[in-house]
Ligand binder design. Structure first.
Ligand SMILES: [Zn+2]
Length: 123
């Protein structure tokens, strides 16, 4: 299956919307952080143009890109809502790291917290 430019743009647009929704859910969708999303989208546009079959993986990858960028500049995101006891705060992981239908997962309890883009329904 080949994907045309429209499909790639749709995948990128969807990835952007999903990650922005999760940032908004955590009330961290500030202008400087939104620019991190734009940087990640720009990078993944190049990536998916080289490998169009990976279009379904873009949302999970952008989520991880933004997570990494936030860790460098602001700290862990999104914090795990499962492990709120005992002061053991950690960030959720994206699973699969490279695959379709990405979810935020607690790496300590293996609880799938929410699909990427749906953190607002659980936090
Ligand atoms: Zn956890």
């Amino acid at each position: 299956m080949t994907m045309g430019p429209m499909k790639l743009e749709q995948a990128l647009h969807a990835a952007r919307a999903l990650v922005l929704a999760d940032l908004a859910a955590g009330e961290v969708a500030r202008a400087d952080i939104v620019s991190l999303v734009e940087d990640a989208i720009a990078h993944r546009r190049w990536w998916v143009e080289q490998w169009p079959e990976g279009a379904a993986y873009v949302a999970g990858l952008v989520a991880q890109d933004v997570q990494d960028a936030l860790l460098e500049r602001y700290g862990r995101w999104p914090l795990c809502p499962v492990c709120t006891q005992g002061g053991d705060l950690h960030a959720l992981d994206v699973e699969p790291e490279l695959g379709p239908d990405p979810h935020w997962v607690c790496g300590k309890t293996a609880v799938a917290v929410a699909p990427v883009g749906s953190l607002g329904t659980t936090l």
